[in-house]
Design a protein around this ligand. Sequence first.
Ligand SMILES: Nc1ncnc2c1ncn2[C@@H]1O[C@H](COP(=O)(O)OP(=O)(O)O)[C@@H](O)[C@H]1O
Ligand SMILES: [Mg+2]
Length: 587
Amino acid sequence: MLAQIRYLLSTMPIAIAGLVVSSVAAGLAEAGVLAILAEAALLIAKHQSHIATSVGPVRLDASIGTLLAFGIGLAFARLALGVITSFIPAWISTSMQATLRSDLFDAFSRASWDVQSRDREGHFQELITNHINGATQAYQVAAQLITAFLTFFVLVISAVALSPFAALGIILVAGSLAAVLRPLGSLGQRRAAALSQGWLAYAGGVNEAVRLAEEAHVFGAEEHQRVRLDDFIASFRRPNLHVNWLATLVSSVYQGLIYLLLVVSLLILYAAAPANLGSLGVVVLMLVRSGSYGQTVQSAIQMLRQSQPYVDRLKAAERSYRESAAPVGAIPLERLKTLELRNVSFSYDRTAPALKHLNMEVTGGETIGVVGPSGAGKSTLVQILLGLRAPTSGDYLINGSSASEYTRESWRRAFAYVPQEPRLLHASVAENIRFFRDISAESVQRAAIDAGIHDDIISWSGGYDTIVGPRADAISGGQQQRICLARALAADPDVLILDEPTSALDPLAEQVIQNSLTRLRSNLTLFIVAHRMSTLEICERVLVIVDGEIEAFGSVADLLGADGYYRAALTASLTPEATLAKLASRE
Ligand SMILES: Nc1ncnc2c1ncn2[C@@H]1O[C@H](COP(=O)(O)OP(=O)(O)O)[C@@H](O)[C@H]1O
Ligand SMILES: [Mg+2]
């Protein structure tokens, strides 16, 4: 629980020092005001206009006017200090919120693709919004706790000066109340942990419902989705109720008990029969006020414990993101001369390996087709080639050095990729093609022409400034795919990897792209994961992957000559006459 306070001390020592000083000063000012109030009230009651007494160690000898003027001065000081002590926690929580948000996103964006892709749907969004708000509360409450505790402490110390007996009473009372209320703190923390879990599950459900809204209409699943989300909501209703209730319960219980104990201490004071009535009034006032600061301390402790699960979860997420960040290599990647997989295997967690003992070597400038049944491991291989995932075992070598030894910048300049599913920014076509890189308008347009999307773009009213995006309805799947191809071509990559680039294209668009690729392939090392066998015609060699293993790797002619997936797939996709013609034409 003190971790937040320690963290604040180390990251913003000046703000905390300011808070400590102003809280102590506020406590002293308040003790002074209370003392003057009690003494002045007594003077007025006794129809006197001059005071000559001692309040604890302080000797008072003044007219009531001076006393009240001093009281007004102290009250103003208390007011000003109150402005400061409320501002600093607000400032701390605002800057903590900004820091937590940007740190978490920083960690996420540096995390490996492996870890990012394993995040459950909606989790990160939930963490960076709701959970950060929960954690921010912890830091704000920690700051408030400092103020409340110090004010409490100063008032108690002042009371000690006046009446050690009474002050001892309040310390005992506050201490035993804290001990009594401790279990509520642990309970609140456990309930808050359950709640944080509930929020994450809920966020996943909401995200999924939004992503599948179209399917929900078609298959009539809206009712089911409503029920499912209601179930999520119902599942964290109880922890939510408990968390909300406990936060206020603690201060109510505290308040109820402290009054009881105050009356008892007054009784004890009465029995001890103090000589100085003025002092007694001051002591009672201070006890009442320290009781209410004690209450603030107690509810701050409760809130702090209830925010703890959010802080913990955020820390854990940030740690796992940061730990997954790939080490940065130091060699700049020049042109690709050779690309080699040596005994490369890859497993996703807890599943059978997706790739098994791959060995292959490709020379710079080659055009390589990749085919295989669905689920064979083609997309996994693509991610290995792109350096997005590291082999579980074996080596991936570029120009004879391990792929991980190259600098990230040079690697990104060299490699480009078109994913199986096109994904667009909600931004203009030009910005989508540029994708945050420094690319001239001419290069953007040339890439669009090569990708066969230029004519479509200029037919749109906004041209290259037309806003497109995931839910922009003017864009078909094939158009999205070609924009992604233009994105890949725009920075003149050295290696281009296409994962089933023509799966959403009509035959004409496919032909346009095939022609572009044929023209561009002399300057590129090109990998095409092919969906249609016709795409393979421009490939010098074809890699056949079946069940995570290389079944064959050779020219189209070689593959035609052997039994296996390639011939079977080709036969299935062609008429018998065409197959015979193909077979006859080999050599
Ligand atoms: N993110 C993932 N987590 C776990 N298993 C995966 C993941 N992606 C793919 N797989 C599994 O790895 C195997 C290969 O998948 P993939 O490379 O996508 O095949 P392909 O692209 O050839 O259709 C499949 O058995 C698939 O279920
Ligand atoms: Mg795939």
